[in-house]
Design a protein around this ligand. Structure first.
Ligand code: NAP
Ligand code: GCO
Length: 266
């Protein structure tokens, strides 16, 4: 039954991967403000430390771990440590990710593999480490951070699109395989969000004008703006909360309307 508690995460333990800054930080902050205990990881120790301090400034006590999501043993160790220090994980957000913008014919197989390894194998590895605890606990929530590139292609992002398209299907498969254990696995597909990852697409040009890609995105977005990382907080809390207990295998696009729009006419 719906109540004012339906959107609260009090007492829940949330692991958000890659959350020292960017979209992960915004999602973890929103979950912390909704009452969850926060654990996060990243690869760079100095940024983990800074992340912990930034969460503290928001009144959130977050536990930071140095861990590469592609390293299966390191992920297993981190999950065990979180269980001891914070509690068994109720909510997992697979957010850590990278992009390489290289035309496909110029891209090495090694670069392609690295993107798929972090953006697709990473969520598989972390989910695999966390699901047994969720089953024992009687349920859980997994949120995979997908992309416009889970649906659309464009020049230079073949590996990223392949990985994010795969992540959409991994989401549906986790929902299918573990829904019986009261685990809901959904995706969030952010539109174009102003973070370090997209900074090169927004650089002001030497003549002071906006980057051509920046103008292209504004013309493709009915909201007529880039998203802010904070725009993802509400949707993430919803998908982590009891309010979404019968939502499973769904991708929630948070894109200011990009996927609905053919684009501004010239
Ligand atoms: P970002 O600013 O580049 O942040 C990426 C985060 O992932 C960082 O915290 C980084 O930590 C971490 N990370 C990368 N590789 C890792 C690894 N192997 N192991 C552990 N952590 C790792 O990117 P963002 O824009 O916030 O994007 C976050 C997620 O949203 C990504 O999956 C991205 O593809 C997706 N997304 C972004 C947009 C957008 O417009 N920005 C749109 C749709 C989807 P370290 O620096 O410590 O490695
Ligand atoms: C790009 C962008 C995108 C965004 C995002 C869109 O080069 O096209 O980086 O891929 O990061 O994933 O949803």
């Amino acid at each position: 039954m719906f109540s004012e508690q339906s959107f609260r995460l009090d007492g829940k333990v949330a692991l958000v991967t890659g959350a020292s800054y960017g979209i992960g930080f915004a999602i973890a902050s929103a979950m912390g403000q909704a009452g969850a205990k926060i654990a996060f990881n990243g690869r760079r120790p100095e940024l983990i430390e800074k992340g912990v301090a930034d969460y503290k400034e928001l009144g959130i006590e977050a536990h930071g771990y140095i861990c590469d999501v592609t390293d299966e043993q390191a992920v297993q160790n981190m999950v065990s440590q979180i269980e001891k220090e914070v509690g068994v994980i109720d909510i997992l957000v697979n957010n850590a990710g990278i992009i390489k913008r290289i035309p496909m014919l110029e891209m090495s197989a090694e670069d392609f593999r690295q993107v798929v390894d972090i953006d697709l194998n990473g969520p598989f590895i972390v989910s695999k480490a966390v699901i047994p605890g969720m089953i024992q606990k009687g349920g859980g929530k997994i949120i995979n951070i997908c992309s416009m590139m889970s649906e659309l292609g464009r020049e230079t992002v073949s590996a990223y699109a392949a990985a994010k398209g795969g992540l959409k299907m991994l989401t549906k498969n986790i929902a299918s395989e573990y829904g019986q254990y009261n685990i809901q696995c959904n995706g969030i597909g952010p539109g174009y969000i102003a973070t370090p990852q997209t900074a090169p697409l927004r650089e002001i040009q030497p003549d002071g004008s906006r980057h051509p890609f920046d103008q292209f995105i504004l013309a493709k977005t009915p909201a007529n703006r880039w998203g802010e990382a904070a725009d993802l907080g509400g949707p993430a809390v919803f998908l982590a909360s009891p309010a979404s207990d019968f939502v499973n295998g769904h991708i929630l696009y948070v894109d200011g309307g990009i996927l609905a729009y053919i684009g501004k006419q010239p």
